[in-house]
Design a protein around this ligand. Structure first.
Ligand SMILES: *Cc1c(COP(=O)(O)O)cnc(C)c1O
Length: 398
């Protein structure tokens, strides 16, 4: 009998008891709207914002309805509008180009390297085409940020970081999201803190923070926030900034605050699992693990490997065989988007030029979720199954 994995790749851990209790308390008092306060009360949302600002070291933080909303709000605050071009990654998730398109702006895609990071040579060439880069740290892979910032500073490009997969990560000692002028995080179920949906936006820029708060639909109640600039910053922009409702509510914030308190612990648990998977996959014939720079203190909430130069048929055979043994792998090389997995040339609302070098890499990217409900022995078993099936198919090709 071949070994079989029977766990679920989409099952996250339950919400911590303290989060459930805090959520019930909110339900009992009924003040779910962030601006609905009892006398002297600080809302759950405002407390979450203060705590996330403290966690990241940012001056200002705004909690919103989703990660995609956070990205779009950052772009709006920066003044991106219809017809503008915004640079972004060819290898990312659909809400990233979607955030750009939501403003009537047009994404200009930048290629991907075999390290699964943005191609900085390509960025250098395209830098003059836009004023803003929406940089996605896709699947937690972080590029050489010193070089990226030098390119962007040189070209007058402002950087918004999409940290959906790097919440809790650091590059050297710098918290992910602290290189760019603004950074967006997601609190969707499959990310690092689970509120079902939700997003967080950070910045040190008082004007951008004030604009983002107004955009999120603060009415004129911004003084009920806990991590915002002085009222003067709002005075300057409050009548010019539309309300594009996308607030977070107290229920979600109540669920998130206890998760933020244990985020670093969760990161360590993810990385233990990642380590077991990576060690188990290393030296599999035909398979390349993604080497991670020492400076990158990543969050191993998913793992990728490359089947470079494999035929489509052979990759599909690996996916099928692994699926038959209970291991769900995703592939970025498919001709059409499947589930959460898509790439630049699937997003047909944008006219994009073919990127042969990136296409070659995308055609080899295999991706797997690592929920914390997996034990370390689950991870070892999954790695054995992948290794076994990749080797079998690879040898049959030779
Ligand atoms: C999930 C995700 C987002 C946005 O998150 P939502 O909260 O679902 O809108 C942005 N970027 C990447 C890379 C993501 O995976």
């Amino acid at each position: 009998m071949k070994e079989q994995f029977t766990g679920s790749f989409t099952q996250q851990e339950p919400i911590p008891d303290s989060g459930i209790e805090a959520a019930i308390a909110v339900l009992r008092h009924g003040r779910l709207h962030r601006y609905n306060l009892a006398d002297g009360e600080t809302s759950e949302v405002a407390q979450l914002e203060q705590e996330f600002a403290a966690y990241t070291g940012a001056k200002y933080c705004l909690a919103v309805a989703s990660g995609g909303y956070a990205m779009a709000t950052a772009l709006r605050a920066l003044g991106v509008g219809p017809g503008d071009k915004v640079l972004s990654n060819a290898f990312t998730l659909a809400p990233v180009p979607g955030a750009i398109a939501s403003l009537g702006a047009t994404p200009v895609f930048v290629g991907v390297t075999p390290a699964l990071t943005i191609d900085l040579d390509d960025l250098e060439q395209k830098a003059s085409q836009a004023d803003v880069l929406l940089l996605s740290h896709m699947r937690g892979h972080v590029c050489d940020m010193d070089r990226l910032m030098a390119i962007c500073d040189g070209a007058g490009l402002r950087v918004v970081e999409d940290c959906a997969h790097t919440m809790g990560a650091r590059l050297n000692s710098v918290v992910s999201g602290r290189h760019g002028v603004m950074a967006a995080y997601s609190c969707q179920t499959y990310k690092h803190m689970n509120a079902g949906e939700g997003g967080l936006l950070i910045t040190d820029d008082a004007d951008l923070a004030a604009r983002a708060v107004m955009l999120s639909g603060s009415y004129m109640l911004y003084e009920r926030h806990g991590a915002v600039p002085d009222p003067a910053a709002f005075e300057a922009i409050k009548y010019q900034t539309p309300n594009i409702s996308g607030r977070m509510d107290n229920l979600r914030a109540a669920i998130l605050r206890p998760q933020l308190a244990v985020l670093d612990h969760q990161v360590a648990r993810w990385n233990e699992r990642y380590g077991v998977l990576e060690a188990g996959l290393r030296a599999t014939p035909g398979l390349q693990v993604i080497e991670r720079p020492e400076a990158e203190h990543y969050v191993g909430s998913s793992i990728q490997f490359l089947l470079l130069d494999w035929s489509e048929g052979a990759v599909r055979e690996v996916l099928k065989r692994c699926a038959e043994r209970g291991v769900e792998l995703k592939w970025f090389g498919a001709g059409a988007p499947t589930g959460f997995t898509s790439k630049y040339d699937h997003w047909r609302f944008v006219e994009s030029k073919k990127m042969p070098v990136s296409d070659h890499i995308l055609a080899g990217i295999v991706d797997m979720r690592v929920p914390l409900t997996f034990s370390l022995s689950d991870c070892a078993l999954i790695a054995r199954i992948i290794r076994d099936e990749v080797s079998t198919v690879f040898q049959s090709q030779a």
